[in-house]
Design a protein around this ligand. Structure first.
Ligand code: MN
Length: 355
């Protein structure tokens, strides 16, 4: 595996210097942030990230994300032009040495939570989702805004988008994903890039807006659209693990064996029977997922893709972007290093090769 860390560019309070000090760190996961979704990224901006990474002995070979504009997801008039631009971004990133591009196909809102700084008894804070708080809210009827939502939309625009997606429905969204993949996957193959779709977070419909990258049945359907390693998953344990329907430990093994995981986001959630969840420290005992089983499934399948600690809590008094502080993610990275070392040694022992 190649250990990686997300970096939000020069304005990120977590510097590349700090990232490079985390043991075994290999890759920088970043993006060009000052270009609107649907537009082409300037080569200069891409190469700037590469140079900055190299200065700290790191490799810029994972992009998260090249955002898919709403027009593509909706199959709107501009979809063709934006898909061509998207293909151009894939080509440019491939030329710059990028091997993996993450994206998602979530309508309107990216991840959704009800609180970004819920305080645990130990004083740490993390992102949580309380399904009761969501119930009864209707963004078409009232002025609501949840943490994490794109603030660049006006309320009117959000209403328009929600209505358009409700009309489009799940099958309409599938159709648009299919047309998009049929165009971009051959380009990715040629560019030597693996496209890694991030699951919907959380993995169920919200406000009647369809969400389709949610569970095993739908992941199978998505991967079958283009049966190629270039059409792969960014397997996010936290996103899939916040759906009661998902057995994450088994799913990881299944897709890793088929070589359809290009990128792993590993984080822990504590899931309640009603579907509410809280993000936790990475260790198995803190939440609902067995992290050793997840890592062992990857190692046993010969996984050689990218891994990053995903959201962390805010600890040690750190402030900053919710989920993306340095300390808890660095602890997560150290923990993952330990799990991988143990699983690799275990595998060698099982194969009779000793340690
Ligand atoms: Mn994730």
């Amino acid at each position: 595996m190649k250990l990686s860390f997300r970096w939000y560019g020069e304005s990120d309070p977590v510097s590349l210097r700090y990232i490079s000090q985390i043991p075994n760190m290999h890759s920088v996961v970043s993006a060009v942030y000052d270009v609107k979704p649907g537009e082409v990224w300037p080569m200069e901006s891409i190469l700037k990230i590469r140079e900055a990474s190299e200065k700290h002995g790191l490799v810029f070979d994972v992009v998260e994300s090249v955002p898919v504009p709403e027009e593509i997801k909706l199959g709107a008039e501009k979809a063709t032009e934006y898909t061509e631009n998207y293909c151009e971004n894939i080509r440019r990133l491939g030329k710059a040495g990028v091997k993996c591009i993450t994206y998602n196909f979530m309508p309107v809102f990216d991840w959704t939570r009800t609180d970004l700084a819920f305080e645990a008894p130990d004083g740490s804070t993390s992102l949580v989702m309380d399904v009761d708080e969501l119930k009864g809210l209707d963004p078409l009827k009232e002025d609501i805004s949840l943490p994490g939502w794109d603030q660049s939309y006006t309320k009117e625009e959000i209403r328009g988008l929600i209505e358009a997606y409700r009309t489009l429905g799940e099958e309409g969204l599938w159709k648009n994903l299919e047309s998009f993949l049929k165009k971009i996957i051959p380009v990715a193959e040629e560019a030597g890039v693996r496209m890694a779709i991030h699951p919907d977070d959380p993995p169920y419909p919200i406000f009647g807006i369809p969400r389709i990258i949610t569970d095993e049945t739908n992941l199978d359907r998505m991967l079958a659209i283009a049966d190629s390693p270039a059409n792969s998953l960014c397997f996010c344990t936290g996103s899939l693990g916040s759906g009661l329907q998902n057995n994450v430990e088994e799913m990881v093994g299944k897709y890793a064996k088929r070589d359809r995981i290009a990128f792993m986001h590993i984080r822990q959630v504590k899931l309640s029977p009603d579907g509410s969840f809280a993000e936790k420290g990475h260790i198995s005992s803190a939440g609902s997922m067995d992290m050793y089983r997840i890592v062992k499934a990857l190692v046993d399948a010969g996984f050689d893709g990218y891994v990053r600690p995903d959201h962390g809590r805010m600890i040690f008094g750190e402030t900053g972007k919710p989920g993306y502080g340095l300390y808890d993610r660095a602890l997560g990275a150290a923990y993952l290093n330990g799990l991988f070392e143990a699983a690799e040694k275990e595998k060698r022992k099982e194969e009779g090769k000793g340690q």
